[in-house]
Design a protein around this ligand. Structure first.
Ligand SMILES: Cc1cc2nc3c(=O)[nH]c(=O)nc-3n(C[C@H](O)[C@H](O)[C@H](O)COP(=O)(O)O)c2cc1C
Ligand code: SF4
Length: 450
């Protein structure tokens, strides 16, 4: 990507990049002025035409989501900015909020103007103290400058932003869990429909968008639809459900690479390019055994699948769920897949809110089995049971309220499809006398393991 110029990260690393003074020196808040001179519906049309898809994980088209708000609603309409950033390995929102909070706020104000929201709730992960401090200070600077409050820049449009600290759970990032938490309740995801656009925060129409999505909105209004569509990849003709993957993307690269970090690249860069050209290759001269393409809930690529394009359509072609948050975690050839899978299942079991039986029981049962296997008491039959759990607890069979269970299932499914021989070898090696056992193993045996 020799001629690609980062825009989302352009200010990152500059002295005082988090202040309004520095932000305005590089044209900050000119996009807001431009948007306020447009009709709200024309801002929506521009975002729709750009093909922007939400950066929070699901990749839903942003402009289309905004059109789901009821027409001529008496209000109020609310906007929630999702800064919970709870997917493991994901930190692009944090970089934006710490180093360029005004870019996000400008995108948020434009998005609120487009949707005619009268209040925005900035829901931020509680583990981000610096981001919270800098964003709160930036919001205060916006009130001083007339970018927030009553009659913004004389346009007649008014908006308030309320900062809200997250409640510290993975499901706080799920949009309806976020709304419940915002309302002061436990962050239990809601059954949909109704979707938030119809009945969201405080039972009013609500838009929920991710921090990076808001930053993209600001760039689209400033640089234009054609600029945005000139980056990325068009729809895949062989997939009628693919809406294309346009624009720049922030990739979070971590794990066993020489230069982990947050990198901006065009959507569609391959996993191999990201690791080699941005991450300086796999560390210690080793090879990649597995790579998480977009947060662990998206599943796993094998080391020989690194030509996978990291766009919204790419990881699906390699048996994964999707691009997710584009948090790419590299595991070298000395990594044990049993450790990866046990770690992943333990995470999801801990984070399951427990409302849905398949998710609550499936994630905890899988974790118990994997802990037992890891400690040398596995049976080959356990792998079939795990595969059954992976195939049945997800949202696809329509058994759960939110996507957490589906996210828990994909690493299980991918691990068994792609790394089964290694898991079988591990079980036989660590349990030489019991690996062929077919009788049920009492759960109580777990207590003898620790
Ligand atoms: C279990 C779970 C956790 C999620 N966590 C986040 C999160 O931390 N941040 C986020 O933006 N979206 C998260 N999402 C996706 C949100 O529900 C929602 O789709 C997103 O905020 C919409 O914004 P976007 O359209 O700009 O991507 C999560 C979804 C699920 C199922
Ligand atoms: S799928 Fe899991 S996390 Fe989501 S609502 Fe159901 S029990 Fe809770």
């Amino acid at each position: 990507m020799p001629d690609f110029q980062p825009v989302l990260l352009a200010n990152v690393g500059k002295p005082d990049s988090h202040t309004r003074r520095v932000y305005e020196q590089t044209g900050g808040y000119q996009a807001l002025r431009k948007a306020l001179g447009m009709q709200p519906k024309d801002v929506i049309e521009a975002v729709k035409a750009s093909g922007l898809r939400g950066r929070g994980g699901a990749g839903f088209p942003t402009g289309l989501k905004w059109t789901f708000l009821p027409q001529n609603h008496p209000g109020p309409i609310y906007f929630c900015l999702n800064a919970d950033e709870s997917e493991p390995g994901t930190f692009n929102n944090r970089i934006l909020m710490e180093d360029d909070p005004h870019q996000v706020i400008e995108g948020l104000i434009i998005s609120c103007f487009a949707t005619q929201a009268r209040a925005a709730y900035y829901y931020m992960r509680c583990e981000y103290p610096l981001a919270f401090q800098r964003t709160s200070a930036a919001v205060a600077e916006c009130y001083e400058a007339g970018y927030l409050g009553q009659n913004i820049l004389g346009s007649g449009y008014s908006l308030d932003i309320y900062m809200h600290r997250g409640a510290g759970a993975y499901i706080c990032g799920e949009e309806t869990g976020l709304i419940e938490s915002l309302e002061g309740k436990r962050a239990w995801p809601r059954i949909k429909p109704p979707f938030p656009a119809v009945e969201g925060a405080f039972r009013k129409p609500t838009v929920v968008n991710n921090v990076e999505t808001a930053a993209c909105v600001k760039q689209i209004i400033e640089r234009g639809v054609d600029w945005f569509k000139s980056i990325g990849v068009p729809p895949d003709p062989s997939n009628p459900r693919d809406a294309g993957s346009y624009g720049p993307k922030l990739y979070c690269l971590s794990g066993h690479v020489n230069k982990p970090g947050c990198y901006e690249a065009p959507l569609g860069i391959t996993c191999q390019q990201l690791i080699d050209e941005y991450g300086g290759g796999v560390w210690k001269g080793r090879k990649a055994k597995a790579v998480i393409p977009g947060g662990i809930s998206m599943g796993l690529l094998k080391g020989d699948e690194l030509h996978c394009p990291l766009d919204f359509n790419g990881p699906g072609k390699f048996g994964c769920l999707g691009l997710g948050t584009a948090a790419v975690v590299v595991m070298d050839d000395q990594t044990q897949m049993i450790d990866v899978l046990e770690n992943s299942c333990r995470f999801f079991s801990h984070e399951s809110c427990g409302q849905c039986t398949p998710c609550r029981e499936g994630t905890s049962w899988a974790t118990k089995m994997l802990t037992r296997i890891k400690h040398g008491k596995g049976r080959l039959k356990d792998l079939d049971l795990l595969a059954e759990i992976g195939d049945t607890i997800g949202i696809m069979p329509g058994t759960t309220i939110c996507g957490l269970a589906d996210g828990a299932a994909w690493p299980i499914k991918n691990c068994l499809q792609k790394f089964r021989p290694e898991l079988e070898e591990y079980i036989k090696r660590t349990n030489p006398t019991g690996w062929m056992e077919t009788k049920p193993v009492p759960a109580l045996q777990l207590q003898t393991i620790h």
